[in-house]
Design a protein around this ligand. Structure first.
Ligand code: CIZ
Ligand code: SF4
Length: 304
C-alpha cells in the first residue's frame, strides 16, 4: 500500500504526463484541496472547465459537477473519481416532473440551480449557482419564474426580489437542512463576538438569524476581508480548510456538527490516483442533451 506522500507524487507525475487538471470543490477533504489545480465553487469550476486546455479533467466533487464540466468541455476526457458521489438534492427533481410543470405553465421561465442533472438543465431556460442566483433571477424577463430544485435558495431569492414571484420546487440539501434553530441560538450565546455566516441552502429560520448569507466563495471572501476575528460557519465543513489556511489568526467554528456532506467526503487521494492512472470513471453526456444544457449554462456564464 502507498502512503499519502507516494500517492501525491504519483498523481503529480500522471497529471504532467497526461496533461490533466484536478478541479476540486470547496467541500472536498483538505488533502485533495491541497493538491488540486483549482479549488472553488460550482461557478468557478465551470468557468475553469470552459477555458482549460488540459486533455483530462478530474472533477473531485459530485456527479452534477462533472456533468457540467463535460457539457462545457466536450472534447476533454472528464473523470469523476467516485461514480456514486451524487447530490441528493439534484435527485429531488426529474425531467418528467419538470416537463409536466412546463406543460401546465408554458409562460413561466425555469431557473435551474446547477445542483441538477444534465437532463434537467436541458429543460431549463438558464442555470445559476448560489453565487449568482440573485443576478440570474433578476435577469429573467418575467414577473414569475420557477426555481428548481432548492426550495430554501428559491424562497430566499423570492424574499430578496419582491418584484418577482419565485415559485420554488420542493427540493432541499439534506446537509444544510439539518441545522437547527437551537444550534444557531446556542452559538450566539457562546460566541457573542462572532459573525455567523450561513449558506442560503439552510432553512429560512436559520438564514434569518445569520449576519451574512452567501455561497461558499462569498463566505470565504467575506471572512477573509472582514476585520472580525471570530466566525461561525454555516455551510459544509470543507470550507473551513481554506478559511483557516488563508486566515491563520482568525477563529472559525462550525455552526453545527451535522454540516458534513457524506457524498462530498467519498473521494480520497487514492480514488484520484486510480482515476488518473486508469483513465476510468469517465462522465459522458448524450450530445442532444448536452447542447440544450449548454445553452442554459452559457446564459449563466454570460451574465456572471
Ligand atoms: O455552488 C456550489 O459550488 C455549491 C454546491 C455550494 C456553494 O455555495 O459554493
Ligand atoms: Fe448536494 Fe447538499 Fe451535498 Fe451540496 S452539500 S452536494 S447540495 S447534498
Amino acid at each position: 500500500t502507498m502512503t499519502d506522500q507516494e500517492m501525491i507524487q504519483e498523481i503529480n507525475q500522471l497529471r504532467r504526463e497526461k496533461k490533466a487538471v484536478i478541479l476540486a470543490h470547496n467541500y472536498q477533504v483538505p488533502e485533495i484541496q491541497d493538491i488540486a489545480d483549482v479549488v472553488g465553487d460550482s461557478l468557478k469550476l465551470s468557468q475553469e472547465a470552459a477555458k482549460t486546455n488540459a486533455d483530462i479533467i478530474v472533477l473531485s466533487g459530485v456527479h452534477f459537477m462533472a456533468e457540467s464540466v463535460k457539457i462545457l468541455s466536450p472534447d476533454r476526457k472528464v473523470l469523476l473519481p467516485v461514480y456514486d458521489a451524487g447530490c441528493p438534492m439534484a435527485d429531488m427533481i426529474d425531467v418528467e416532473k419538470l416537463r409536466k410543470f412546463k406543460e401546465e405553465n408554458p409562460n413561466v421561465p425555469v431557473v435551474c440551480y446547477v445542483n441538477s442533472s444534465a437532463e434537467v438543465k436541458a429543460e431549463s431556460d438558464i442555470c445559476c449557482t448560489s453565487s449568482n442566483a440573485l443576478k440570474v433571477v433578476k435577469s429573467v424577463h418575467s414577473d414569475k419564474v420557477l426555481f428548481i430544485p432548492d426550495k430554501n435558495l428559491g424562497d430566499y431569492i423570492d424574499r430578496q426580489l419582491p418584484e418577482k414571484q419565485v415559485i420554488s420546487w420542493q427540493g432541499f440539501c439534506i446537509t444544510h437542512h439539518r441545522v437547527k434553530t437551537t444550534e444557531i441560538d446556542a452559538v450566539r450565546q457562546q460566541h457573542p463576538e462572532a459573525s455567523i455566516l450561513v449558506h442560503p441552502e439552510c432553512a429560512p429560520e436559520i438564514v434569518e438569524k445569520a449576519d451574512f448569507i452567501g455561497s461558499t466563495s462569498e463566505i470565504i471572501k467575506y471572512a477573509t476581508e472582514s476585520d472580525g476575528k471570530t466566525f461561525v460557519i454555516g455551510t459544509e465543513m470543507g470550507v473551513l480548510h481554506k478559511l483557516r489556511k488563508n486566515n491563520p489568526h482568525k477563529k472559525f467554528y462550525l455552526l453545527s456538527p451535522a454540516l458534513v456532506c457524506f457524498n462530498m467526503k467519498k473521494t480520497t487521494l487514492r480514488d484520484i490516483y486510480l482515476a488518473l492512472l486508469n483513465e476510468e470513471k469517465e462522465i459522458l453526456v448524450e450530445e442532444e442533451v448536452r447542447l440544450r444544457a449548454l445553452n442554459s449554462l452559457k446564459r449563466m456564464l454570460e451574465i456572471s
